[in-house]
Design a protein around this ligand. Structure first.
Ligand SMILES: [Zn+2]
Length: 291
């Protein structure tokens, strides 16, 4: 951070899930990254949601070495488009050293944009790719925790690791995932006084060594940001806000949350250990939703 930057960096953070290939970032990505660095968010894992988006995520990771990394996968919303060509392309992408996880992949029974049998088939196919590649899995789950836990349980012994990203479940879902020794990704959902209640009630039950943080930008703008950003677009620069809410709910210090979540992300995604980056900037913007 530059000496004339007005925002002190209280801690260093890693955003394990940002959709930086989204069109919301197409005109000002460099500024978005600068704003992230200015508040201590120095490394970001870009979520790959389709073959094309995964390829674009990988290109960004190569353009910003040691700062951006990528996952490669097909979101359950797009499971109906899965074919042998997808599988071949993903297998190839996963050989690139900048790809640090398989996914996002999983089940979304909330919106059901793809038929459930197709979602399950494509989830299982991507778990096979994770086994082949030795990569950990970046899991998307919405209203499908029982099926996701069952499928992961059958493959857990073959998988390096897995994180349930943007966890929005309750005590039972959390227990099922922790029993499988999974990591849990927490977003600004935890700042939502309406939808986030069950998450707020169980977040203290996540062991320190299973907890990771993410924005899911440009989606899930934390509702408690003040002043409210003019643009309703979420950004990695808002990750410390999520971290502070998590610290408050767990009755731990912000520095502690930053440190354990950073170390977990470094271990899970095999990221280079702590580095200090210099970058300026400040501004605000946003918009809601979720992948
Ligand atoms: Zn997701």
């Amino acid at each position: 951070m530059q000496e004339d930057d007005p925002k002190p960096v209280e801690s260093r953070w890693i955003d394990i899930g940002a959709n930086l290939t989204n069109t919301a970032f197409e005109t000002d990505l460099e500024s978005v990254l600068e704003q992230a660095s200015a508040v201590g968010v120095q490394q970001i894992v870009i979520t790959g949601t389709s073959v094309d988006e995964s390829r674009a995520a990988l290109a960004l990771a190569h353009a910003f070495p040691n700062r951006l990394f990528a996952t490669a996968g097909v979101h359950p919303h797009d499971a109906r488009h899965w074919d042998a060509q997808c599988e071949r392309e993903l297998r190839k992408l996963m050989t690139d050293s900048k790809v640090r996880a398989a996914g996002e992949t999983g089940l979304d029974f909330n919106r059901d944009f793809s038929p459930r049998p197709a979602q399950e088939r494509v989830f299982e196919a991507q778990l096979e790719l994770a086994v082949e590649s030795g990569l950990p899995v970046f899991v998307h789950e919405r209203d499908a925790s029982a099926r996701v836990a069952t499928i992961l349980k059958s493959q857990r012994h073959r998988l390096a690791d897995a994180v349930v990203h943007c966890f929005t479940g309750d005590h039972d879902a959390l227990r099922a995932y922790l029993d499988l020794d999974l990591y849990i990704g927490i977003t600004g959902w935890v700042c939502d006084e309406r939808r986030g209640q069950s998450l707020q009630q169980c977040i203290a039950d996540i062991p320190d060594d299973r907890l990771m943080l993410e924005t899911d930008a440009p989606y899930l703008l934390p509702r408690t940001l003040r002043p409210k950003p003019k643009r309703r677009r979420n950004m990695p620069a808002y990750l410390p806000h999520v971290g502070r809410q998590v610290a408050h709910l767990r009755q731990q210090s912000v520095e502690h949350i930053a440190r354990v979540t950073r170390h977990n992300a470094q271990r899970f995604f095999r990221l280079p250990s702590d580095r200090v980056d210099n970058d300026p900037a400040a501004s605000d913007q946003d918009r809601p939703g979720c992948c």
